[in-house]
Structures are given as structure tokens and as C-alpha cells.
Design a protein around this ligand. Structure first.
Ligand SMILES: Cc1ncc(C[n+]2csc(CCOP(=O)(O)OP(=O)(O)O)c2C)c(N)n1
Ligand SMILES: [Mg+2]
Length: 706
């Protein structure tokens, strides 16, 4: 990997050394957590009580941020992977002057509060991402760190004398993980990726307390974490005592100095520190301490036992002063940043283009061009569109979990490779093709992390069947409204000979039920291109009307075929943007239709053929393509009825999957032509014949039904 000049000096002005004040602050954080959990009657006290001192050191003396502008692009990122310790983060946000008052903390875990049970992105100023499903935080953070390195390489330009950090991509990604996160497989995948990609801007602190909910970690977690992370290619600082402020500060500095390996600091902590009958035991993990133990803990640490949620005056004043100092550093940084902009006009302009999600005005036309009527598999249309986007949206980055060769999705020509695959002597962060490796679960999280970082738009993909390995990350994308694009191919039994292990049956239905995720199953090149356009214009915030609903703010998923498909013929009245309405009429008889064939993806052309067969037999059918069920359901009732009538006309749904999400359109006794088994291994034409997906068999079933 090529050497990069990454600054490593302590990044932020130095806070107090006064041990008395520091202890007061530590106990403030500790008892804010204890009291908030006590009020809520539920929550997690153990980790906040144990990590109060170290987390404060990190925020006070190391983390660069501006409480007045939580989305300052050059800020360091902080990720609480053990999201159950949310009160730790809320206490810090409060003390450092973010928009989070004591009244918010008093509402911990209550409906509509800014202090939900686990940190949620966009609910609370200063929360970088949603954590709680263990392991996801560190995996997302890996994506954020990768985005940082790619940003530095592609938009960072040259440093201005004396202000190396005040330009894009020079920040660090800090985080805390617990035992639970490190037991989860997703953290292994992500850590392996981070080591392989030399993400030296990533610094994680392992809350090594040897405790989880069910007991000591020795009951099930016996590997050497330091050796494991060293084997991944991490720089490991083993170990620092949780109350050793100076030792921890040194470890953080060592982490910053180490620019080519991610750093894991093993921090030995005592869960529930300060609660005499709980500390060091699994019962300290969660739940309120209770009145008696709370009193004992407060007495033991010299804390007032009357009242709760106490922030002593000197602590509040100190926090306010530090918040002001952090803001002043930001203001100073802005001056340097302007100098950088002046000296790097080209990089600055491209950086602005990315950060504002600026797109060419003729994006839609450019994407659709030449695809109308063109025969191809939709995965190939997708590849064509991605090739175009390499130029049109030069801040899109992504790749596949070792299935680029199957266009799931492909390597984009003329855009370099990210990571060691870039080759000797090539900047490993100058490219935009990411080899995620065979790590689907982490791939989803890493892509989300890239998207949430805010510079690159991120896509990732594999075969649709393996979306099951990514479901928690896809769900988190939707929950956070991360603009991640999930590109899945080989989307039905028609992938053929790989057989039932690879044939998705229930996946498309199961993905459509994730709130806020827009699933497209395009039928041809135009629909594929328009699905991409929907994703991109949604990211740019430039969709309006029903198309610009809250749906368009979130992630988008494409379900694409392996097999070739004809280009659909559509009526003259068809407009490309009809695809964004979720469904449209592909063909309609002159007189009133006797049946409506509602199909998605590869089954739309099948429906067209079946309609011809039916017409031959005197039954006139309307054919409707429904590329997105979610978008169709966003339309007004009248607009929906104009496409899929609700007047008793029989509706038959056709989808080479379970088809259960289409059942709502056909009525209780309606017909869904779908899959009831896991499929079979055979050439796809044989499978079509076997499972009844031929025009003549579809026509026969429709006739029998009507
Ligand atoms: C994927 C996932 N599985 C299970 C849980 C439930 N859970 C929350 S915390 C926890 C134990 C975590 O142990 P550790 O990370 O060591 O936290 P500590 O008790 O040390 O605070 C579990 C099982 C979860 N949040 N996410
Ligand atoms: Mg633990």
C-alpha cells in the first residue's frame, strides 16, 4: 500500500488535569446513567459506569467535533458499537453542549424522546449511526473508515502548510465495542476487511470486562481477542487499565500514529464500577440498580443521595468551556479549510459535488438511452447503467461479495480497485470498485457506513439468495434511511442449474416487508435504468410528489435476473417516470379486459405472451408491470385503481417466487402463480416447463380460474 501522510498528533486542545474535577465528571456521567435507568425502570448501567472515565478522556482530549454543528464534515466519528450503553453517549453529548438537555435525559427510553433505548441515527444530534444489534456498529464504522481513506485520496487534494487535518478525509473513526460485538460474526468479517484494507484511521476500544448477560465470558468465549485481531492485521494495544487515563491517552496516540493498521485498544474494565454489590458481575449489565444499591453506590463515591440527574456546577461550567473550545477549534479549522479550498480548487469543487449529491440535469435520459426495447438480462442492463454512472456520478462506490464476475454487480471499467487488489504501487484508495470479499453481512454494514459518512454513495451486491446473510444490515439501512443501494442478481429459480440452495423463493417477499426499503424488480432495461434513477434522485432529494415521499429518502434494492429478457413494448402514452409509480399498464385490450395479469421482473414478458395466447382463445387480458410494490402502494387509491382495477375484474399475479406480497391485489380467492417449493436444479427452460412458467401453462391456469 502506498504511504499516505496522515497526521497523528493529538487533534484537539487539551482539557483539564485536575484529578478532583475529573473524578466529579466521571461520577456525573456514571450517575446520569444510573439515574436515567432508574427513572425508566429499564436500561443498561454496567457499561456506562465502567467506561465513564475512558470515554470522557476520548471525547475531551482526542475527539474532534463541533457541538454547534454535529454534521461538520471534517469531524472525527464516534461509534458506540455496544449500543446498549446508550446512556454513556447521551451523558457525553449533554456535557459537551450538544442539543440534548437534562429534560431529554429524564425522558430516557420514553416515546418520542431524543434518548431512545439504543442510539438512533437522526433522532439525536451527535449520534453517527444506529447501534444495538451487536457487531453492527463496528462493521458500519469500518465502512466509515474506508470512506474516510477514499475521501482523502480522491477529494483531499494537498495539505496546506500547518493544517494537514483541515481538509477532506483526514478525520479518525473512533469506537467502543464490547464482548457481545466481538462474538458476533459480522465483527469478524468487518475486522478482517479492515485489516486487509489497512484502515489506519480506525481506532476501536474493546470494553474488555469478561462479562455478558448470562455470566462470565469464560462460559463461551475463550479465544485470545488480541491474537485474533493481530491475525487480522490490526495494531493491538494490550492492555490498558480502564481507569488509567494517561495510559489510555498514550494508547490512543499510538493508534493515531499507526497509519496503516486499524487499532484495537484492549481496555480492562470493571462492569458496574462503583456499585458495590453489582460491580464485576453479570447482574450489573442491565436493569436498574434499585434504590438501595443506587444509594450505596452514591455514598461510596461521595455523590449526593438526594435528588437525581445531578450535574454539579463546576462540571457544567467545565463542559460548557470545552464545548466552546471545541467550537473555536472548528472555527479555526474553517479558516484553514478555506485556505485548502483556495489551493485545491479542483478537489474542492469535486468534493462539493459529492457532498451536495449534485447530478447531471439529464441524468434520467442518459441512463435510459438505448435501453428501450433492448434484449438482455436485467443484471446486464444494471452493469451498463453502472458503467455510465462511473462518469455521471463520480462519487458512487461499491462492489460485490466476490461475484463481480457474475455482474452481481460487476467491476466498473476505468475506475480503479479499492484495497490491496489495486496492485503494487497503486494508491489503494483512489479507486471506487470495492472487493468486499465473501463477507455479505459485513458488506451490507460497510456499505451503510460509507453511505452515512456522506461523501460517497454506496452500493453492494450478491445473488439474491444471499440477501438472507445481509438482512440485519439491510434492515439497519432502512431504519437509518441510509442511502445504500443493494443490487441483487440471480433473482429466481431461473438461475437454473445451481439449484434450490441458490434459488430465491421467499426472499423478495421478505424484503418488501421491511419498512422504508424500496424494492424494484425491473422487467427490462428501461425499468432497470429508472430504478437507478429513483435511487439517485432520491439521494439528491430531487424527487417530488408521491415519488418524493419518505420512501425515496431510504435505501433501494434491485432484484435482477440472471437470464436474458426481451425489451418490453409499451403503449405510446408510457412515460419513463411511470416506473416510479410502482406499476403501469404494459398492454390493454381495446374493450374492457376480462382479466388483469399482474407481473414483476422476468414474468412481465411471460404475461405478455400469455395474454396473446388468451386473446387467441377469446379472453382479453390487461398486462400490468409492477416493478415496485411499495411505490405502487404510495399512489392515491384512484391512481392505483386505474392500473389494477377494484371492480371485480379477476386479477392474476405472476411472480417466480412465493408471490405473497402480490396476493393483496388478487383478493382472497384470487390466483397467484408463484412458487411453492424451493425449486430444483436444471436448465432454466426445463424449470419453466416444470414449474408452470410457460405462456401456455399460465394461459391455461388463468382460463381455468376466470
Ligand atoms: C445481535 C444481538 N444479539 C443479542 C443482543 C442482546 N444483548 C444486548 S447486550 C448483550 C450482551 C452484551 O455483552 P457485552 O457486549 O459484553 O456488554 P456488557 O454486558 O459488557 O455491557 C446481549 C446478548 C443484541 N443487542 N444484539
Ligand atoms: Mg462485556
Amino acid at each position: 500500500m502506498s504511504a499516505q501522510a496522515i497526521p497523528s498528533s493529538s487533534p484537539t486542545s487539551v482539557g483539564t488535569d485536575d484529578p478532583v474535577l475529573l473524578e466529579r465528571i466521571e461520577n456525573t456521567i456514571r450517575f446520569l446513567a444510573v439515574d436515567a435507568v432508574e427513572r425508566a425502570g429499564i436500561g443498561h448501567v454496567g457499561a456506562p459506569m465502567a467506561l465513564a472515565a475512558a470515554a470522557f478522556e476520548l471525547w475531551d482530549n482526542h475527539l474532534r467535533f463541533d457541538p454547534q454543528d454535529p454534521s461538520w464534515p471534517l469531524r472525527d466519528r464516534f461509534v458506540l458499537s455496544n449500543g446498549h450503553a446508550s446512556m454513556l453517549q447521551y451523558s457525553l453529548l449533554h456535557l459537551f453542549g450538544f442539543d440534548l438537555g437534562l429534560e431529554d435525559i429524564a425522558q430516557f427510553r420514553q416515546l418520542g424522546s431524543r434518548t431512545p433505548g439504543h442510539p438512533e441515527y437522526a433522532d439525536t444530534a451527535g449520534v453517527e449511526l444506529t447501534t444495538g444489534p451487536l457487531g453492527q456498529g463496528i462493521a458500519h464504522a469500518v465502512g466509515m473508515a474506508l470512506a474516510g481513506r477514499m475521501t482523502a485520496s480522491q477529494f483531499g487534494g494537498d495539505a496546506v502548510e500547518g493544517a494537514d487535518r483541515d481538509r477532506p478525509g483526514q478525520h479518525f473513526v473512533y469506537g467502543i465495542v464490547g464482548d457481545g460485538c466481538l462474538m458476533e460474526g459480522v465483527s469478524s468479517e468487518a475486522a478482517s476487511f479492515a485489516g486487509s484494507h489497512s484502515l489506519g484511521n480506525l481506532i476501536f476500544i474493546y470494553d474488555d470486562n469478561s462479562i455478558t448477560i448470562d455470566g462470565g465470558t469464560e462460559i463461551t468465549f475463550s479465544e485470545s481477542v488480541p491474537k485474533r485481531f493481530e491475525a487480522y492485521g490490526w495494531h493491538v494495544v494490550d492492555s490498558v487499565e480502564g481507569q488509567d487515563r494517561a495510559g489510555f491517552a498514550k494508547a490512543l496516540e499510538a493508534g493515531r500514529q499507526e497509519t496503516h493498521r486499524p487499532t484495537l485498544i484492549i481496555l480492562k474494565t470493571l462492569i458496574g464500577r462503583g456499585a458495590p454489590n453489582f460491580e464485576g458481575r453479570n447482574k450489573a449489565h442491565g436493569g436498574p440498580l434499585g434504590a438501595d444499591e443506587t444509594k450505596l453506590a452514591k455514598q461510596g463515591l461521595g455523590w449526593p443521595t438526594e435528588g437525581d440527574l445531578i450535574v454539579p456546577d463546576e462540571v457544567r461550567e467545565y463542559g460548557a468551556a470545552r464545548a466552546a473550545a471545541k467550537h473555536a477549534e472548528r472555527v479555526a479549522s474553517d479558516v484553514q479549510f478555506e485556505a485548502w479550498r483556495a489551493a485545491n480548487a479542483d478537489s474542492a469543487a469535486r468534493w462539493d459535488t459529492a457532498r451536495t449529491r449534485s447530478m447531471p440535469a439529464d441524468l434520467v435520459a442518459k441512463l435510459v438511452e438505448g435501453l428501450d426495447g433492448t434484449k438482455n438480462a436485467t443484471r446486464k442492463h444494471s452493469a451498463t447503467v453502472l458503467e455510465r454512472l462511473a462518469e455521471l456520478v463520480p462519487y458512487m462506490a461499491g462492489g460485490s461479495a466476490d461475484l463481480a464476475g457474475s455482474a452481481a454487480p460487476p467491476i466498473i471499467k476505468d475506475v480503479g480497485i479499492v484495497g490491496p487488489g489495486a496492485g503494487a504501487g497503486v494508491d489503494p484508495f483512489a479507486g471506487r470498485n470495492i472487493h468486499f470479499g465473501v463477507r455479505e453481512h459485513a458488506m451490507g454494514a460497510i456499505a451503510n457506513g460509507i453511505a452515512l459518512d456522506g461523501t460517497f454513495l454506496a452500493y453492494c451486491g450478491t445473488f439474491l439468495i444471499f440477501s438472507d446473510y445481509m438482512r440485519p444490515s439491510i434492515r439497519l439501512a432502512a431504519l437509518q434511511k441510509a442511502k445504500t443501494l443493494f443490487i441483487f442478481t440471480h433473482d429466481s429459480i431461473f438461475l437454473g442449474e445451481d439449484g434450490p440452495t441458490h434459488q430465491p423463493i421467499e426472499q423478495i417477499d421478505s424484503l418488501r416487508v421491511i419498512p422504508g426499503l424500496t424494492v424494484f424488480r425491473p422487467a427490462d432495461g428501461v425499468e432497470t435504468a429508472m430504478a437507478y434513477a429513483y435511487y439517485l434522485l432520491g439521494a439528491a432529494g430531487s424527487l417530488s410528489g408521491a415519488e418524493g415521499s419518505s420512501q425515496s429518502a431510504g435505501p433501494v434494492l434491485l432484484s435482477l435476473t440472471r437470464q436474458g429478457l426481451p425489451g418490453l413494448e409499451r403503449p405510446a402514452s408510457f412515460e419513463w417516470t411511470d416506473v416510479w409509480k410502482g406499476a403501469y399498464i404494459v398492454s390493454d385490450p381495446a374493450e374492457k379486459a376480462g382479466v388483469v395479469l399482474l407481473a414483476t421482473g422476468s414474468e412481465v414478458s411471460l404475461a405478455v405472451e400469455a395474454a396473446a395466447a388468451l386473446a387467441h382463445d377469446g379472453l382479453q387480458a390487461r398486462v400490468v408491470s409492477m416493478p415496485s410494490v411499495e411505490l405502487f402502494l404510495e399512489q392515491s387509491d384512484a391512481d392505483q385503481d386505474a392500473i389494477v382495477p377494484d371492480d371485480g375484474t379477476p386479477i392474476v399475479a405472476i411472480e417466480a417466487g412465493r408471490g405473497e406480497t402480490l396476493r393483496r391485489f388478487v383478493g382472497r380467492r384470487g390466483l397467484v402463480i408463484g412458487m411453492e417449493s424451493f425449486g430444483a436444479s436444471a436448465p432454466y427452460e426445463a424449470l419453466a416447463e416444470h414449474f408452470g412458467f410457460t405462456a401456455s401453462q399460465v394461459a391455461k391456469r388463468v382460463k381455468a380460474h376466470v
